[in-house]
Design a protein. Sequence first.
Length: 363
Amino acid sequence: MHADNMHHQWLLLAACFWVIFMFMVASKFITLTFKDPDGYGSKQEPLILTAVTKVEEVHVPQEKHWPQEFQPTGKAFSGNLIRQPLVHMERLELLRNVCKDTALRDLSHTAVSKFVLDRIFVCDKHKILFCQTPKVGNTQWKKVLIVLNGAFSSIEEIPENIVHDHEKNGLPRLSSFSDSEIKKRLNLYFKFFIVRDPFERLISAFKDKFVHNPRFEPWYRHEIAPGIIRKYRKNRTETKGLQFEDFVRYLGDPNHRWLDLQFGDHIIHWVTYVELCAPCEITYSVIGHHETLEDDAPYILKAAGIDHLVSYPTIPPGITVYNRTKVERYFSGISKRDIRRLYARFEGDFKLFGYREPDFLLN
């Protein structure tokens, strides 16, 4: 009798455990099914799932219905899904709108001349064109393309003196092709370039070429600087080297081209993005910003379909952040008249790429 009671108790206990186990499984299933990942509550979950599904299944319309300014270019856009983040779409839309502004036409349009074609580097293997905008981290992008073109197997292997040696780095310029080959590449290839705040870029160019000159290019100090000083220095008794004030006065002079012709292609370090890359004439796929390069560099590699082949070199912390204090310090001793003349020349760059007019011009 005692044995029968024990047997029934064990059966009852086993049945209880089985019921508890089944309840836990059912509860887990319900939790996994209806759990809200963003904490909005289970009742809202069907709406969230529907919204996500719709975003992921949006299909690109046929090409004839797709607005010209949003025409996707490059292998990453050959599928059916729209993958370009909103910020990049907005940049392209802003660019096209400013290009249509007749009041800014002289500051936003330029001919696709040999000067422009000389700035564009070609990677035929992966159908990529990169327009060089000096003082915006272009050395690293050149390294990326050099590896893609097969001249070196990794970025670390590229000697620094090779990067800018266009006889040895394996980077052909677009200008080296025939007219028909140029047109074909401009129409079919993934095209990009990088911009940064125009005034901060000028400060970087001034420091790099006339103060530090790390690449030991003597012509900047011994030929170009004296030419600018002779024409633009107000105080003729001043014997110091080129000052930023002299540089600003030269760049803001409507007749600057008289000296530019004497300086030759060295002026690429401070001419406008418009003059370098013809953004209103060439339909670029992506425009990266130096200030958001940590996000833009991986996006560009993915958009070009090469993110599995190469990575953008590590960016030191803080190097891409806009330094407002530095900009204001450099311009603090310069007359408003000279700054306004400088802005007048670079206004197209400010407007095309969404950079705000400096606060010290508004005060």
